[in-house]
Design a protein around this ligand. Structure first.
Ligand SMILES: [Fe+2]
Length: 320
């Protein structure tokens, strides 16, 4: 989308999408690729979480968990990808996910320190820029820009929405210069070669058939999917995607020693809850996310930014 927002949706190309998403938001159900689910389970979970959060605040563990949440990590990886166009060999993509900076503003400055001076070819924000549904989204976006101020992105700044982002986040991010992918694709060009990046709206709560249709639209031979949660991994692999980037789970946020998540908030594709994974021939990466949701603590699970270098898989270097 361009810098038009959704304030005057009457002739906006995303009008239908916004209307359907708002209808789901007002309904008694969330909708994932698994189908509709009632909200009462989530409501009970949230009540239990609120009680846990309140109890935690009365203990020294709360301060420790907050310090853990500020202890961010820059995860670096090189991914060998069959079919990657040669011109993209060495392409550096920075993934940020689940920034939720309104929920923990100090993470913005910690992120700035981590990213200051870094140069990348592309930036991908994989949803949940916002945290508290009742807070103004400008708070989250201004903190995001504060966090990114020392980062140089020579190519596209891509973004998708998460389940915490409402429809107005699409316009807000577009006004900040992001290419917001709501069930659509964009072509990246480098050295005369091309690849396709397809971005979906959140599918954990706001799945519609438009997401699956966008995933299946024809594009370049090499395709990357950006989806807030891993819940479309099997569909993307079937559609021939080479790489799938997601977040949503926060890596569990509060994990057992060794980093095993207690809760992943996935309705399907649970094998893809954290880190690197495979689905058929497709490689996936699920970020632990930068920020936190309530309670604003982390244990055995660091917040992260992911610096991903795309590499052309060796076997495809051979001349035929
Ligand atoms: Fe999140």
């Amino acid at each position: 989308m361009n810098s038009d927002d959704l304030e005057d949706p009457t002739d906006h190309p995303l009008h239908d999408w916004a209307a359907k998403r708002r209808a789901i938001a007002r309904s008694r159900h969330w909708v994932s690729p698994k189908g509709p689910r009632t909200r009462w389970r989530k409501a009970i979970f949230n009540q239990a979480l609120a009680a846990f959060s309140l109890g935690l605040r009365l203990t020294p563990l709360h301060g420790r968990g907050r310090r853990n949440a500020l202890d961010l990590q820059q995860v670096e990886m090189e991914l060998d990808l069959p079919g990657l166009p040669a011109a993209f060999d060495g392409y550096r993509l920075l993934q940020l996910s689940d920034t939720h900076l309104d929920a923990f503003p100090e993470i913005a400055e910690a992120t700035h320190r981590l990213l200051d001076g870094l140069t990348v070819d592309a930036l991908a924000i994989t949803g949940d820029v916002h945290g508290n549904h009742h807070a103004p989204i400008d708070r989250s976006t201004s903190l995001l820009m504060q966090a990114l101020r020392g980062l140089t992105v020579t190519g596209p700044r891509l973004a998708i929405l998460g389940n915490h982002d409402d429809v107005t986040m699409a316009g807000a991010l577009a006004r900040l210069g992001f290419e917001v992918l709501v069930n659509r694709s964009v072509t990246l060009e480098r050295g005369g070669e091309r690849l396709t990046v397809t971005g979906l709206d959140d599918v954990h709560n706001f799945y519609t058939d438009a997401a699956l249709a966008a995933l299946r639209e024809p594009g370049e031979a090499f395709r990357i999917a950006l989806v807030h949660s891993a819940e479309m991994a099997d569909h993307a692999a079937d559609a021939g995607y080479a790489l799938y980037l997601s977040g949503h789970t926060h890596g569990g946020q509060v994990c057992l020693p060794g980093g095993r998540p207690l809760v992943t908030q996935l309705t399907r594709c649970r094998h893809a809850a954290v880190g690197l994974w495979r689905e058929g021939r497709m490689i996936g990466y699920t970020s632990r996310g930068l920020g936190v949701s309530d309670p604003p603590v982390r244990f055995n699970c660091r917040g992260e930014v992911a610096l991903i270098t795309l590499r052309r898989a060796r076997e495809l270097h051979r001349e035929r």
